[in-house]
Write a protein that binds this ligand. Sequence first.
Ligand code: FAD
Length: 379
Amino acid sequence: MIDFSLTDEQKQLQQLARDFARREIMPIASEYDRLEEVPWQIVEKAHELGLLNACIPEHAGGLGLGMFDECLIGEELAYGCMGIYTVLMASELGITPILVGGSEEQQRRFLAPMTLKPSLAAFALSEPNNGSDAAAMHTTAVLEGDEWVINGSKMWISNGGKAEVTVVFATTDRQGGHKASVAIVVEGMPAGMSANKIKHKMGQRASHTAELVFENVRVPAANVLGDLGDGFKIAMKTLDKTRVPVAAGSVGIARRALEESVKYSKEREAFGKPVASFQAIQFKMAEMLMGIETGRLMTWKAAWLVDQGLPHGVESSIAKAYASEMAFDEANEAIQIHGGYGYVGEYPVEKLLRDVKLNQIYEGTNEIQRVVIARSLLK
Ligand SMILES: Cc1cc2nc3c(=O)[nH]c(=O)nc-3n(C[C@H](O)[C@H](O)[C@H](O)COP(=O)(O)OP(=O)(O)OC[C@H]3O[C@@H](n4cnc5c(N)ncnc54)[C@H](O)[C@@H]3O)c2cc1C
């Protein structure tokens, strides 16, 4: 059965996120991009409205929203600002390993407190010397009595150092490959853990990115998710899911690029008429709509598969790679349609291009998505 109509609840959720993006996010987006700071008031308001960490299941005190609903929210928030959306999205990225690999007791213990106040989570997989080859991790976890002792560093961690809960992926044996990996929940900033903020990013500057350093950080043994050796598997299963909200965000950016282009092209005149009257400009915008519709369909399909509990890894890779490349091209076209004015910060389109570039890199580069897709063809 195929049904593209949204339920009344979904329409309300979409409208809530749309209004929040327009009223709260858009007016401050460029200012926080310039400041390179997380607008904490947005995190607080998102918490009040139920838009923060909405994937936390009901048994842990959360709303338990599904992936499809998350994508409806994500498209709207990214329309407002991809950087601010990344703050919220990366929090769900940090929560997802606990949903994938944690017991119900662990989900309640780690996630219930996050529903009571505005809080963020973080996902710490990438390291200074290995990103795509995540199984080659160098960060070590050694069991001493009833504690894990973590040493090493994690690079490019969204919400790193600001999170109440950080899932750290580490190895118990550097020669053991992914079979020696563990996923450990670190609460707050225990002794020996520090964060170095990464500044001067190209885009998404309202999201906080940090290097996390672990020097003999001690964590209770009970904080390990799943069995010993499950760490890499939990990380991959997490990314199979969380690439879908990246796709949804990309669709949101592309929609913003198109709407800004339609508005501007009707106002801007050249040769005595609006530039929208030129077929060259009209065709660009027509193709932008074609890309948005295609990207949204792929996103919705992947989200639906996640919610049905059906295999979704390939479809989430397809949606993530396609939508982020489509949105990059569309942000680029939006600048072209704006002419010289598109190249400066007075109009929002140059920020769209700076922001969307990251969607092709994080949660697995688009080359890695192609590796996943090709592997499914050849197995
Ligand atoms: C702002 C920002 C936020 C981030 N947030 C997080 C986060 O919250 N948590 C986290 O863990 N990580 C995070 N990342 C890290 C991100 O996921 C990695 O940057 C990404 O996975 C790529 O790893 P790398 O940078 O080490 O590139 P590399 O792995 O060094 O890759 C370099 C190039 O080689 C290509 N390449 C590598 N292997 C292959 C292959 N087998 N086939 C074809 N091409 C290949 C890559 O696609 C890329 O083009 C973030 C990154 C940034 C920039």
